[in-house]
Design a protein around this ligand. Structure first.
Ligand SMILES: CC(C)(COP(=O)(O)OP(=O)(O)OC[C@H]1O[C@@H](n2cnc3c(N)ncnc32)[C@H](O)[C@@H]1OP(=O)(O)O)[C@@H](O)C(=O)NCCC(=O)NCCS
Length: 214
């Protein structure tokens, strides 16, 4: 109760949240809402650098599911039910082997892009391809294996008359943004925002679409 002649000043104290409370808060936030931005990167094939890995690797293009090593198949099966769809639509898988073991792989789709296997393919600019689902297994990370795989794919795309290679990654995934930049990719203004509310509602917003007027 404020009595006569009492000057009452509002006061606010700001202090950092305790670590345990902050963890709880972040968890709660991620359950309620999330937003991811996936920028597109572009590599002009004519000027793409030719890079080698810092460890000895052999690179193989696997055109059929039955040729693909089980480690790669396992990962694809974990991502999509219709795991043969990638081969059915003519996508290409390049695998890097280190000491005979599959150390890394990348996938290339020609003429279309999609963020997830289940998505409908969207058109790319003419004579372009899309790089997706790249993985370097942990023991081999940081050795430029990813760039070497891209160099191999670029050589084949150029001989097939292709002009550009695109990819899209979550911009919070630092290695996934850093690795293409090292391979000569440049970030474009095109990006997709993914939103999720309460783990139930999913929205996707193509801020600028690659197929339109690019
Ligand atoms: C993104 C990825 C494919 C890069 O493969 P890579 O063969 O390690 O590529 P690079 O050797 O060029 O390393 C790229 C960056 O990864 C980071 N990195 C390096 N060593 C690392 C390690 N041991 N562990 C994790 N990240 C590492 C660094 O930021 C490095 O850039 P820098 O050398 O300028 O510091 C790999 O980190 C990966 O498989 N990540 C998980 C899957 C993924 O996010 N895929 C991309 C989206 S589809």
């Amino acid at each position: 109760m404020i009595r006569d002649n009492t000057v009452c000043e509002a006061s606010v104290t700001i202090r950092p949240m305790a670590e345990s409370l902050s963890r709880l808060w972040r968890r709660l936030q991620s359950l309620l809402y999330f937003c991811e931005v996936h920028p597109f990167f572009e590599l002009r094939l004519a000027t793409a650098p030719r890079l080698q890995a810092r460890i000895p690797i052999d690179m193989v293009r696997h055109d059929r599911a039955c040729e693909c090593p089980p480690e790669v198949l396992r990962r694809i099966k974990g991502k999509t039910k219709d795991w043969r769809s990638r081969w059915k639509r003519g996508d290409v898988c390049y695998v890097a082997y280190a000491g005979g073991e599959p150390a890394a792989y990348i996938w290339i789709c020609r003429g279309q892009w999609r963020l997830q296997d289940e998505d409908e393919g969207r058109p790319l600019p003419p004579k372009s391809a899309f790089l997706y689902d790249a993985l370097t297994r942990e023991p081999w990370r940081g050795n430029g294996v990813y760039q070497a795989l891209i160099t191999r794919a670029v050589d084949e795309l150029i001989s097939g008359g292709y002009k550009a290679l695109y990819l899209s990654v979550n911009d919070r995934n630092r290695p996934a943004c850093r690795a293409p930049e090292k391979a000569g990719f440049l970030r474009t203004e095109h990006h997709i925002c993914l939103y999720r509310l309460l783990k139930v509602f999913h929205f996707r917003h193509d801020a600028v679409s690659l197929g339109d007027g690019h």
